[in-house]
Design a protein around this ligand. Structure first.
Ligand code: MN3
Length: 214
């Protein structure tokens, strides 16, 4: 079975953009429920997967909605926690150069990321991703991941579900996204992901399942 990953910082570390209450609700209730439902579905089917990435890719291949949604949400939230930091820094080196090339500068990238998130109808996720050294922005619906696309490496990810921001920003998704990209995007994590996309080091993986059956 898969274990709910801990937050890589204190629950109040991302305040005021994301409050302690939001982080407790989002991680301890929403993310936990996706992991629980994923584990129950795997237990019911007798599956003994070696990675969550394999679970999601196989679920997509089979059209298994329950595993696509709950496995995808388990993965996306774990990546989302890593993609945030109380000390976000700024992109440098190869990643900064790739941002300039793709978007015409960091401010233009941030505006494009916010625009994609605001324009996404309903629940989902907004991504900065790399194909090799080439950056782009996309959004996915509900629990969809980028895992079925072997050419795509996620660099940054922000949650567009209302549960991610409603307690702190009410219906103001644009205000949330502007604050998020300015104050929480974890650029050292993004640089490590970009290095992996361009052939140096390993991209993020969800923690391997515990040996014991669910
Ligand atoms: Mn969420």
């Amino acid at each position: 079975m898969f274990k709910l990953p801990d937050l890589p910082y204190a629950y109040d570390a991302l305040s005021p953009v994301l409050s302690e209450l939001t982080m407790h609700t989002h991680h301890d209730k929403h993310h936990a429920k996706y992991v629980d439902t994923l584990n129950q579905a795997l237990a019911d089917s007798g599956a003994k997967p070696s990675s969550l990435e394999d679970v999601v890719r196989e679920a997509v291949a089979k059209g298994d909605k329950k595993l696509i949604n709950n496995g995808g949400q388990a993965w996306n939230h774990a990546f989302f926690w890593e993609a945030m930091s109380a000390e976000p820094g700024a992109p440098s080196g190869d990643l900064a150069a790739a941002i300039d090339k793709a978007f015409g500068g960091l401010d233009a990238f941030k505006a494009a990321f916010v625009k994609e998130g605001v324009g996404h109808f309903g629940s989902g996720w907004v991504w900065l991703l790399a194909r090799g050294g080439e950056l782009s922005i996309t959004s996915t619906h509900d629990g969809e991941t980028l895992l079925p696309d072997p050419s795509a490496t996620p660099i940054l990810l922000c949650d567009l579900w209302e549960h991610a921001y409603y307690l702190d920003h009410k219906n103001d998704r644009e205000g949330f996204l502007k604050a998020w990209i300015a104050q929480l995007a974890n650029w050292s994590f993004a640089e490590a992901q970009f290095a992996a996309a361009t052939g140096s080091g390993e991209a993020y993986k969800f923690p391997a399942p515990l040996a014991k059956a669910a």
